[in-house]
Design a binder for this molecule. Structure first.
Ligand code: CTP
Length: 405
């Protein structure tokens, strides 16, 4: 069944941005119900949300119900999650004091769904002691506060108070709606390429964008894990709740991972680690001079995953990726064995529309027992499939069964 998102819109200029948020959520397959305060309707018409979500917009406690139900109770009960955005200083004040004088404030007292609040207002108002105290109080009472961003505000000032963009709001809601099946677990993930410098301006690297590793970190964090992401150079936003260590070279990645490995429950190496680095990194830029050609001597980098398999304990779950251009299943299985892994994700790097640089990936999930083909999916969707598999294997007690073998 579709999850029900209740959008509560109060009277701030950022209310107009909620049309894109409602649209994004509807596209993602949520059943979106909107409740607007009277002031919100001064900024944007209820008809906009009705057209986008396909559901009637509610604003009045006392309008005759379409069906026989009590509106604030039925909306409150139906909601799987509530987002108040933009939340004005006035509305936050009402929430903090349990005031219920309109449909939105009343249903907030009646709902058992998690509530997310995105304050959006002028910087001075946001920094005002009373508003800050109200926000702190709401936090103490278990309300999730989405921090406003900084930037140009509609009032002409610059500073804190901007409502986050629709994609960010959607991320909070997806975080709130994901079952916390990895609660209490520690997860370490590597992502992206590494760079091996030749001189101050040149390096060896590969086409990895980091997306797969970031999607895995996002999924683990959404499932409630404490997630550390060790990332090579990547131009991606850090997912919600994820701690990040940014590294450049394979050796730096090695150090950051080995240092944190001991107390992790699950480790997934999604990084495309450079196997070799130039034996020497020149201090000065290499000049053309009169040379027609020249050779570069390379030396081996540490194999991080191999080393992890040697030092990890039997309870730890170890997964890797296999970037292959032919015989995917066979080559991946060899790596699964050689690196004593619980799971390897084999992908065909020659396919143009999946894999490196793409938002999509098509893979094989390979364990000692079986190999399952996963058709092309977005990397976020694939991350969910991979963690379903990891959880399934852990519940079956497969974790680390062959480590140190
Ligand atoms: N890996 C690693 N350290 C390296 C190289 C790879 O930890 N120096 C990890 C990758 O993160 C991945 C797995 O090992 O999870 C397999 O990486 P891949 O590049 O497919 O294979 P390699 O082991 O490097 O072997 P080859 O390049 O010969 O295919």
């Amino acid at each position: 069944m579709k999850k029900n998102v209740l959008l509560g819109i109060t009277g701030g200029i950022a209310a107009f941005k909620m049309a894109s948020t409602a649209s994004e959520l509807t596209k993602k397959g949520y059943d979106v119900n909107t409740v607007m305060t009277k002031s919100a309707q001064e900024f944007i018409s209820p008809l906009t949300f009705q057209s986008i979500t396909g559901n009637p917009v509610h604003d009045d406690m006392f309008s005759p119900p379409e069906h026989y139900d009590i509106k604030h109770i039925s909306l409150a009960r139906k909601a799987d999650i509530v987002l108040i955005s933009p939340a004005t200083a006035n509305f936050i004040g009402k929430m903090a004091h349990g005031i219920a004088d309109d449909l939105l404030s009343t249903l907030l007292l009646a709902t058992e769904a998690p509530i997310y609040v995105a304050p959006a207002m002028n910087t001075n108002m946001y920094n005002n002691n009373i508003v800050q105290a109200n926000i702190e109080y709401l936090k103490e009472k278990g309300i999730n506060i989405i921090k406003p961003g900084s930037g140009d505000l509609a009032c002409g000032e610059e500073g804190k108070g901007r409502m986050p963009e629709p994609e960010e709001l959607c991320e909070y809601l997806e975080f709130g709606l994901t079952q916390k099946t990895l609660d209490g677990k520690k997860v370490l993930i590597s992502a992206g390429p590494t760079r091996e410098a030749l001189d101050p301006v040149r390096f060896f690297s590969n086409y990895s964008s980091g997306r797969m590793g970031y999607s895995l970190a996002r999924e683990a964090s959404f499932r409630g894990a404490d997630v550390n992401l060790v990332s090579g150079p990547a131009n991606l936003a850090v997912p919600l709740g994820v701690k990040i260590d940014k590294v450049e070279t394979a050796r730096e990645m090695y150090e950051h991972i080995i240092k944190q490995a001991e107390d992790q429950d699950i480790i997934v190496m999604a990084a495309a680690v450079a196997d070799y680095r130039p034996t020497e990194t020149k201090r000065e830029k290499i000049k053309k001079e009169s040379r027609q050609d020249f050779s570069i001597k390379m030396e081996k980098n540490p194999d991080i995953l191999k080393e992890l398999s040697e030092i990890s304990s039997p309870e730890q779950f170890l997964a890797g990726f296999a970037a292959e251009s032919s015989n995917i299943e066979e080559n991946s299985r060899k790596k699964l064995k050689a690196k004593h892994l619980d799971l390897i994700v084999g992908n065909d790097i020659t396919k143009k529309d999946t894999g490196f640089e793409s938002k999509f990936n098509e893979v094989y999930l390979i364990t000692k027992e079986d190999s399952v083909h996963i058709p092309s999916k977005t990397k976020n969707e694939l991350a969910a499939v991979i963690f379903d598999k990891i959880e399934e294997l852990q519940n079956l007690g497969f974790s680390g069964s062959d480590n140190n073998a």
